[in-house]
Write a protein that binds this ligand. Structure first.
Ligand SMILES: [Zn+2]
Ligand SMILES: [Zn+2]
Ligand SMILES: [Zn+2]
Length: 233
């Protein structure tokens, strides 16, 4: 990696020198810091890393540098759902896909030859010439799964989760209200949208319904058994 990044830095130097855009040393410092992290960094995180190395540059200058690397093929700009733009290295000839935790934001990389081949096969069989693709899997990382309680209020569920109603708290009034909406213990719910504020939109059978946060605090849900549902595959 050290040789790789040394080579990339020199490659970058010759490109920016030919662009004649000035501030060559400052730009090289920024790329040096970027090449030394293996993370998917936001602009803010880059500013922090630069500060730690004793470089105090304008945010706009750093942003401009990052975008130039994207153009020159040293960095890739990633727009993961629910996150600010992130930059990662662009290693020529190498490819990977991502697992993104919607709770803590952790990003893990993977590369699976079977998936890669299958995607190419699907495109080719439809006479489609594939140029590129992105595969992003959203969910909860192993750490977040292990930290979560088996039983939680529906209000804490994440968009995209499929959960089972385990209990309904509150008095008979709350129970009656939920029963009148057709919600019963043992029913499956799919969280369509929960932004942490206001109402939640959930799927119940073939119906979409809006639930206030108060009532969503009273519905206790748990994860269905961890076995993947074969009908979904
Ligand atoms: Zn891929
Ligand atoms: Zn996580
Ligand atoms: Zn990545």
């Amino acid at each position: 990696m050290v040789n790789d990044s040394h080579f990339e830095k020199e490659n970058f130097r010759s490109l920016i020198e030919s662009d004649e855009i000035g501030n060559v040393e400052e730009r090289l410092n920024v790329i040096d810091v970027f090449l030394n992290t293996e993370e998917h960094v936001t602009l803010e995180e880059m500013m922090q890393l630069l500060k730690e190395r004793g470089f105090d540059y304008e945010t706009e200058f750093v942003k401009q540098c990052m975008n130039r690397w994207v153009v020159h093929g040293f960095a890739q700009k990633k727009l993961f759902e629910g996150q600010p733009p992130r930059y990662e290295h662009h290693h020529l000839g190498r490819h990977h896909d991502h697992l993104i935790c919607t709770k803590c934001g952790r990003i893990a990389e993977f590369n699976d030859e079977e998936i890669e081949t299958l995607q190419l096969k699907i495109a080719t069989s439809r006479g489609f010439h594939m140029l590129q693709h992105k595969m992003e899997i959203y969910g909860l990382c192993s750490q977040c799964v292990s930290q979560r309680t088996p039983l939680m209020p529906l209000a804490m569920a994440k968009s995209g989760e499929k959960l089972i109603i385990t209990d309904i708290m509150g008095g008979t009034h709350a129970r009656d209200r939920l029963t009148s909406m057709g919600l019963r213990r043992g029913d499956s719910l799919e969280i369509i949208n929960n932004n942490g504020l206001g109402r939640l939109i959930v799927g119940h059978g073939t119906t979409r319904m809006a639930l206030g946060r108060g009532i969503a605090q009273k519905i206790m849900v748990s994860l269905p058994s961890e076995k993947p549902d074969e009908a979904d595959i």
